[in-house]
Write a new protein. Structure first.
Length: 697
């Protein structure tokens, strides 16, 4: 569906400026400013929050293309005809009809067993109101199945907590004074722009930049050195690095003695990991590991930026735990520009219980893992009878995509999708509800990549008949007869509740002051080295090389290497049929599946592509530009080959996440990814994936 132009005609008028926040799943969580004339948003630019530095990425700089897209869903819709892409048609219905239908369906299922209802959401918008407030209250009160929201970061979060005590790390604003910056399993040029700008400043000041990644991505191209480890082998690399550092007595013995736990046990563990052993696993020369170890131990300050790509394999949690031991070993935490960063969310003190109200949960509902939704829709007992999808597009983004689509195609499954566009998941919906964009709603934001809290105020009225997430759940709660007072809370009341918890880092931050300024830094020092004197949020207060918590959970208490399930070394039988490891990092102008339907992004990223090393291509008779089939036992996709040494031998790279309906053959990279879960955190294993590649046709 579409319109000619969603921007109403307006007479010239003075501009007003509204403080806003980028809502998308990115560590930068940029401040934005929206210029408005006569109720029409006419300009979007970066706000003056210091980390944002008045700039936006190319995706969000085009945010008006999203808000005023002629392809927006503007009214509630009901399916007419069969489910599936290109199968049915849509008829316009009223909000009353839509809500009455949903309430009746949910009520009938709940009367039998409310666990038959499943919410499915993630980080399509990361504001606390839209992401995790009225929605959680509604489904908790209903007694619906609980969704394990683990598709992105849970393995890494669990792993880093075993070493450091939580999702904490260095202040990314300080990295420009580092002398060595290691970018490990990350691509900040694409997904962490404002951190990257500080890396460039450090480079101008003489810092060396090293990228450790299976793919010579856009960031690696701009670093001094690229170390192309095989996917899922980062922990083996880190163990060998520690072997060299301890063996050559390059560690900071004083910091280790005062602020770490379990050094002697660690010393015994890494003695088992000479560089030669790790080299055979990682696919890099032992001399490279040794040289890196010496350089990392002696550079002062040294910073490591890891990201969530590192933990998207079976041993992902342990990989993050192991790599996170490095800064304490060399005393990098002493410097404000040293340490390691995965995420900063553990420094915040928002009141998530007040937001989500877990006290409303009825009974003892089951948990359904979002990474295994394909199996859940097809095999759960008791069966899932209704799904409410918001802030996500599971048919495109969930692994083992063919199973996911088969599950959503069930004619006996009642599916509601609340979204801005008719996504791949909408192709299987019974009811589609029109959603607001960030320019049309209140929200409050924390970040996982800096130390600021931000407020989003609506710049314009909702376009068409769109409604925000929280408003829809308020309306559904009334129709379901929920009488708890919390379902009457306004968005601004919810924002105040989020900020109402007493926490030292939140001192001086309240909704009214935040809304006025747009952003406020956490109450921490300006030049902050959070663990210069220890004080880690672990049970011991130290960086835990040896973790009793890990032992109690059934994990190895020491850092170790947990190999991928699908790997030529750990699974040679499977590799006999499917010898290439595939990873599927984000395409530059998409953010997961967000923006992937907008003309500007499609024009820039053009078409799905598979990077394949020249040696691997030659062995298969593949030339640049050939259409190739990528396949394994789970499925297949057709994609155009790009023959390049940016993919290391033995690895192919399918940039994602393309909408299936906009991809050749209606398939994307998740046709071949697995529903298997990580070692800890029950996260997704997108990069634990062996495939074969052949010329198509």
């Amino acid at each position: 569906m579409g319109t000619d132009d969603l921007r109403p005609l307006a007479q010239p008028a003075a501009r007003t400026t509204v403080k806003a926040v980028c809502p998308h799943d990115c560590p930068d969580t940029c401040a934005m400013e929206i210029d408005v004339e006569n109720g029409v948003a006419v300009a979007v630019r970066g706000g003056d929050m210091p980390f944002t530095d008045n700039t936006l990425c190319t995706k969000v700089a085009k945010y008006l293309d999203r808000t005023y897209s002629p392809d927006r869903v503007l009214t509630p819709l009901r399916r007419v005809g069969p489910k599936g892409p290109g199968q049915g048609t849509w008829e316009r219905i009223s909000w009353d009809d839509a809500l009455d239908t949903i309430a009746a369906k949910f009520g009938a299922i709940a009367a039998d067993d409310p666990q038959g209802i499943l919410p499915y959401s993630y980080a399509g918008t990361m504001g606390m109101i839209s992401y995790a407030s009225m929605d959680r209250r509604f489904f908790h009160r209903l007694g619906a199945s609980l969704l394990e929201r683990t598709i992105c970061s849970s393995a890494g979060s669990a792993g880093i907590a075993l070493t450091l005590g939580g999702s904490v790390g260095m202040d990314p604003e300080q990295v420009e004074d580092a002398k060595l910056i290691v970018i490990w399993g990350a691509n900040p040029v694409v997904s962490n722009l404002h951190f990257w700008s500080r890396c460039q400043e450090a480079k101008r000041r003489g810092a060396k930049l090293v990228c450790i990644d299976p793919w010579r991505n856009q960031t690696a191209e701009k670093c001094h050195q690229w170390i192309p480890v095989m996917p899922g082998t980062d922990a083996a690399f880190a163990l060998a690095v520690m072997h060299v550092i301890i063996g050559e007595k390059l560690h900071d013995a004083d910091y280790v003695a005062q602020h770490t736990l379990g050094f002697e046990a660690l010393q015994g563990r890494v003695a088992e990991w000479p560089p030669e052993r790790a080299a055979a696993i990682c696919g890099v020369d032992a001399d490279v590991i040794t040289a890196f170890a010496r350089e990392y131990a002696t550079a002062k300050p040294a910073a490591i930026r890891i990201n969530y790509g590192m933990q998207r394999h079976h041993g992902g949690g342990m990989a993050v735990r192991t790599v996170t031991c490095l800064p304490a070993l060399v005393g990098a935490w002493r410097d404000r520009s040293g340490g390691i960063l995965l995420g900063t969310s553990g420094f915040y003190g928002l009141d998530h219980d007040a937001l989500e109200r877990p006290d409303l949960i009825r009974g003892n509902p089951r948990k359904v893992n979002m990474c295994s939704v394909g199996d859940a829709l097809l095999e759960a007992d008791p069966p899932i009878r209704a799904v409410y999808v918001y802030n996500s597009n599971p048919v495109a983004v969930a692994p083992d995509s063919a199973k996911v689509a088969r599950g959503f195609a069930r004619e006996d499954l009642f599916t509601v999708v609340h979204d801005i566009f008719l996504t791949d998941t909408c192709d299987y919906a019974d009811i589609v509800l029109p959603s607001t964009t960030q320019l049309e709603q209140f929200d409050v934001h924390k970040s996982y990549g800096h130390l600021y809290v931000l407020a989003n105020s609506p710049a314009i009225a909702p376009v068409g008949e769109s409604k925000a997430n929280a408003e829809v759940f308020r309306l559904l709660a009334k129709r379901m007869g929920f009488e708890e007072a919390c379902f009457d809370d306004s968005d601004e009341t919810v924002a105040r509740q989020a900020l109402g918890k007493s926490h030292p880092n939140m001192a001086g931050i309240d909704w009214d002051s935040l809304k006025e300024k747009g952003w406020q830094r956490l109450s921490v020092p300006e030049n902050w080295a959070p663990f210069a004197n220890g004080g880690f949020p672990t049970p011991s207060g130290k960086c835990e090389f040896y973790s009793e918590t890990a032992k109690a959970l059934g994990f190895d208490p020491l850092p170790t290497y947990t190999p991928p399930i699908e790997n030529p070394v750990s699974n040679p039988v499977l590799a006999g049929n499917y010898p290439l490891a595939m990873i599927s990092p984000p395409a530059r102008h998409f953010l997961n599946s967000t923006f992937a339907n907008l003309p500007f992004a499609l024009a820039l990223d053009r078409e799905p592509k598979l990077d394949i090393h020249p040696d691997d291509a030659a062995a298969r008779g593949i030339a640049a530009g050939d259409l190739v089939k990528v396949f394994n036992d789970r499925g297949a996709l057709t994609i155009k080959a790009r023959v390049t040494a940016n993919a290391r031998p033995g690895v192919v790279v399918a940039q994602s996440i393309w909408w299936k309906k906009l991809s050749p053959g209606g398939c994307n990279a998740n046709e071949v990814t697995s529903q298997a879960l990580t070692d800890m955190g029950r996260g997704a294993t997108f990069y634990d994936c062996l495939v074969q590649v052949a010329k198509a046709g």
